[in-house]
Every structure is written in C-alpha cells, then in structure tokens.
Design a protein around this ligand. Sequence first.
Ligand code: COA
Length: 174
Amino acid sequence: MTPEKNAAANLRFELLGAAHDRAAFSCGVPALDHYLRKQAGQDVRRRVAAAFVATPDGKTIAGYYTLSQHSVDLGAMPEEFAAKLPKYPLVPATLIGRLAVSVSFRGQGVGELLLMDALHRCLGGSRHVASAAVIVDAKDENVAAFYAKYGFLELQKVAKRLFLPMATVEVLFR
Ligand SMILES: CC(C)(COP(=O)(O)OP(=O)(O)OC[C@H]1O[C@@H](n2cnc3c(N)ncnc32)[C@H](O)[C@@H]1OP(=O)(O)O)[C@@H](O)C(=O)NCCC(=O)NCCS
C-alpha cells in the first residue's frame, strides 16, 4: 500500500450506529449527505437498507455505503451473462444503494476500501440468500468510471445502472 493510502489502512468498518457523527459528514453531493443525516437510520430500522460506515475512531465517518436485496430483469442483463442463467424473469441481486467518501478523506483509497468491504459483504450474504450480481447506480459518467475500474458493466435498458456478476466478486476474494 502506498503512503497516500494510509487513511484507508487505519479505518474500521461498522454498522451505522448512534456513536457515528452523521451531521459532520460531507461528501460534496448534498443528496448523499442528506441521506446519511436524515434517512439512513430510518431505512435501517425499517429494514429497507443496511448501512455501514468506515471510521478511524468510532465517531468520524470517512465514508459509508448501503446494501439492500434487489432484482434485475433477465432481459436487462448482457446476453453473455444471461445465457448462463436459468430463464426466470427476475435475477436476484444485491444493491449498493449509496456509497460516498467524505471530502476530507477523498483520494486516499477509502472509496476502494469501502467498495471492497461492500463486495465482500455481498458475497458473504449471497451464500445464505442467493444473489447473482451486485448492482450500483452511477449518478454520472465520472462515478461510472470509478466503478468501471473494478469491472462493473452497464445493464442494458437501465440508464446509469451497473452490475458486477457475483462470480467475478468471488474471484476477487479467492
Ligand atoms: C467516487 C468516490 C467514492 C471515490 O472515492 P475515493 O476515496 O476518492 O477513491 P479512492 O481514493 O479509493 O480511489 C480508488 C481508485 O479509483 C480511482 N478513482 C477515484 N475516483 C474516480 C472517478 N471518479 N473516476 C475514475 N476513477 C476514480 C482512483 O484514481 C483510484 O485509482 P488508483 O488506485 O489506480 O489510483 C468519491 O469520489 C465520492 O464519494 N464521490 C461523491 C459521492 C459519489 O458520487 N458517490 C457515488 C454514488 S453512485
């Protein structure tokens, strides 16, 4: 690991909890900041999302992500991937609904570590509740480039929605 990635090396990953300072978090995208401050706790309580934070000290939030169960139309999958699946109309998947890094921690490898933690959790979950792919919504081209770096592919017919086959995730952690 390069020295500039030290911030990432000192982080731990936890379920979002009361000790985490949500009010101080800012990633530069108001909707993602607002979600963490006002909505994430409710979503966790109502079991529509699980929220995880990366933190250096148990209080400061360097980044966060959310996971939910999801499904994708088989017809939206690229042919090469769809051909390997049974012809059920819906493919079970895991959604990384949101993923954001604080501006104070940007460019230090935190985004990569958050994504790896999320993918590892998706893989672990898929062994108990089947999931054939990880899905993310890339809000713009810039963010799509971040996910493309890790092998995410575009879903057909759904703008800005990307996916990574769980089999690819499994290879990542082998
Ligand atoms: C996108 C984001 C998560 C990246 O986080 P980060 O901590 O700055 O990224 P990292 O330092 O871990 O970078 C990991 C790698 O991705 C690359 N990268 C980072 N942002 C990138 C981008 N927008 N496009 C392409 N590559 C990118 C880095 O260069 C690095 O590659 P390298 O190891 O080869 O140098 C962060 O910029 C962010 O939170 N943005 C605002 C919120 C957002 O848009 N979230 C996505 C919602 S869909």
